[in-house]
Each structure stands twice: as C-alpha cells, then as structure tokens.
Design a binder for this molecule. Structure first.
Ligand code: PLP
Length: 399
C-alpha cells in the first residue's frame, strides 16, 4: 500500500509503535474520516474565520465549552491562551507581544507540573512573554502556596494533566480553580492527552487544551475550548504571535472530522481489542525467565491499559533499556514506552497498532530475550552512555 511506498521512497524505517502517541513517531494513526476530510478541502478556498466558527460549534458540542478554535498544537494552545489572558481583545497589545510592559504577565504553575512533553511547559508560557511563577515544591503544593502567589500581576494559572506530572501531593484541579476563581484568575488546563472532553471544564477550567493528533486520531493540531472571552482573546493572537503557529484549512477541517468521528466511535470495541492484545502479550511472555508482566491502568485514568514488563537482568542477561534498544534497532523496529526504564521496566502501549502487529511485537520480544540468554555476561550499557549517544545523534542531524 501507499504506506510501504512512502517508506521505500524516502528510505524511512517502518516502525511498530508500542510507545504511545509520540510526536517523534508521527503521533497517532489518523482515522479514515480525517484523511478523507483533509483531502477534500485541500483544493478549495474557504474563509478561514468562518471555518473556525464551524469548528467552534463542533468543539462546543463535544466539550460543553462556550467557544473553541483549532491551532497548531496543544503547546501552541498554551502560548495563545496565556497571551489572550494578558491582552484580552486589544489588537495593539496583541501586536506588541511578547513585550508585556504594563500588563499583568505572571502565570502560576505548580512546580510538580513543570514537565517536558518534548519541550518544557514553562517555555510555552514564556513564549507569550509571560513569566511563569512556580509554586510549591516538586511533590508538594498547598492552598497557601497558590493564595500567596496571586497578586495584581497575575494573568492566569495553568494546570497540567499528564502521566508526566507528579500525581500526588499537589492541588487537584477543583481546589486549584476554586482558589483562582475567588481572586478572578482564569485557569488554563493542559489536557493534551486526556480522553475526557468535558470533565476539566466541569471541574473549573476556564480554558482547556487538547491535542488533535493524540487519542482523537486527527491531524497535527491543538484544540482550544472554554469561556468565550478568553478563547476569543486566544484566537485573536493569530494576528500576532500566533502567526507562527498557524493551521491551514486542512488541519481545521481535519480536526473537525476527528471530533465528529470521536463522537460516533465504537469506544467499547476499541477498548476490547486493546484488552485482547494485552492478554495475548501477557500469555506469550508468561514463564520466560526474568520477565514479569502486569497490566496497568493509565495513570491519568484514560480508558486505556498498558502492559508493564519487569526485567530481572541477572536472569534475562540484559537490562530493560538494552532490551528496549535492541527492539528499536531490530527488523522491523519496535518502539517501546521507556520513560521509566532505569527502574528495569518498560511498557507496551496497545493503542497505536495496525492489525496483527501485536504478533510481531511478541515475536521480536521473545527473539531478543532468547538471544540475550545466550550471552555469558549481562548486557548492560551504562545509562549515561545511552542518553549521550541519543543526544549526540540528535546534534548531528541531518547527518
Ligand atoms: C503531548 C502533550 C503536549 C503537547 O501537545 P502537542 O499538541 O503535541 O503540542 C502538551 N502537554 C501535555 C501534557 C502533553 O501530553
């Protein structure tokens, strides 16, 4: 099929993604409705602000928000929402950003929410010209931290929902929003990867941001939804700092198609398929020396489980990260979810697989485990070397 041709034509590796929706792998499998919609609109002219009006209606229907629009990414959404909270609909101020002289320009975030989703959260705030004000400590935040940080310079507060953030010891969204609202501070929620399209607004978000290209299976895009004035102010940034984050007609229409497809998707069938894949992997790996598996629910309660594979290197003769790397270098490359791999475990994520790929994943894992067993020594690359070689490769791009 065309997929194969693209890889052959450009000399790209055809990876199997058991890592999750990763920008570096091409995010997710766009649903057919999205591909069709994008192809349909590409040759046509449309008035973009009217197309965004249509998007607003669909976003409102699915999220319960008053208003919404499509931007380049969730990360762009953070920058635009922050910018809007500072400028309102004042076009002169919008053109003046990132110069924030005289404006409220502080944006509060809990320290435990300052993570990297591929780029740092606080950088997306700073990009608008705002100053992130971090409250609490990595694993603690109390009412007094938030109350004490709010002052006459506070423009907004940001709340990040993610498996990346510290998921204990911090303020929950309801409390966070209560405290902010008592002082008229708008709350912007980064819910990039969350399946729940309504719950964050219900819990007190004034603006909520989603990625179009993650669970929704849409084009690379971001969804901004919430109170009309704040969303409008974010939208107007397209005349200013938002220009470099612009989306075309195809992404706006593609994101609309993704939302509409989500509305009628057979979520139960998808969940069932994923559960069957996890059970199959667990069965295939059962009884292998040094390998223990457990099915784990998603840490932010998305309706999604993953298989955690615990490795005992003394028995497998290979560390978890060397195993992950061997899978990634193999034929075909299998890319596993490895962000906690220093603890000798990694995950297989079932939500981005094409038909039957789960069989190849199990085969490749068993092959690499069998190969490692024949090694006399434990294959154990020092972790520092592993990350260095990754960054070295990156810094040599495009060579
Ligand atoms: C993926 C992610 C982002 C970035 O989303 P993009 O749409 O790719 O910019 C931001 N925040 C969180 C929590 C994410 O998971």
């Amino acid at each position: 099929m065309s997929e194969v041709n693209i890889h052959e034509k450009l000399g790209l590796r055809q990876v199997i993604n058991v890592s999750g929706t990763m920008t570096g792998l091409g995010a997710s499998i766009a649903v057919p409705e999205v591909a069709k919609a994008m192809a349909e609109i590409l040759p046509q002219f449309v008035e973009i602000n009217d197309l965004q009006r249509a998007a607003s209606k669909v976003i409102a229907r699915l999220t319960g928000a008053e208003t919404g629009f499509i931007t380049a990414s969730c990360s762009a959404g953070i920058t635009l929402a922050v910018a809007g909270a500072m400028t309102g609909n004042n076009l002169a101020l919008i053109e003046r950003l990132p110069d924030t002289t005289g404006l409220k320009d502080e944006v509060i975030v809990q320290m435990g929410h300052i993570v990297s989703y591929g780029a740092p959260v606080d950088q997306a705030i700073k990009l608008a010209g705002a100053k992130p004000v971090m409250i609490g400590q990595a694993t603690t935040a109390y009412d007094f931290h938030l109350e004490g940080a709010i002052n006459e310079k506070t423009a907004a507060a940001i709340y990040v929902v993610s498996h990346h953030v510290v998921n204990y010891g911090l303020l929950d969204l309801k409390r966070f929003a209560q405290i902010c609202h008592a002082k008229n501070i708008p709350v912007i929620v980064d819910a990039a990867s969350e399946y729940d399209l309504r719950g964050f607004l219900e819990a007190g978000a004034d603006v909520v941001l989603y990625s179009g290209h993650k669970f929704l299976g849409g084009p690379t895009s971001g969804i901004v939804a919430g109170k009309k004035e704040l969303v409008r102010a974010a939208f107007l940034q397209n005349l200013g700092i938002g220009r470099g984050m612009k989306v075309g007609k195809e992404s706006i229409y593609g994101a609309i198609a993704a939302l509409e497809a989500w509305e009628v998707r057979d979520h139960a069938a998808i969940r069932n398929r994923e559960k069957n894949i996890l059970a199959y992997w667990q069965e295939e790996l059962s009884g292998l020396p040094g390998v223990k598996t457990i099915i784990e629910p998603d840490p932010t309660h998305n309706p999604l489980d993953r298989l955690r594979i615990n490795i005992t290197p003394e028995e497998t003769h290979i560390t978890a990260w060397d195993l992950v790397d061997a899978l990634g270098k193999g034929t075909p490359p299998v890319i596993a979810r490895d962000h906690e791999v220093e603890h000798q475990y990694f995950y297989l994520d079932p939500c981005n697989l094409h038909a039957k790929q789960e069989v190849i994943v199990a085969q490749r894992l068993k092959e690499e485990l069998a190969k490692a067993r024949t090694s006399n020594e434990i294959i154990a690359t020092p972790l520092a070397e592993r990350s260095k070689s990754r960054f070295d490769a990156l810094q040599n791009w495009p060579d």
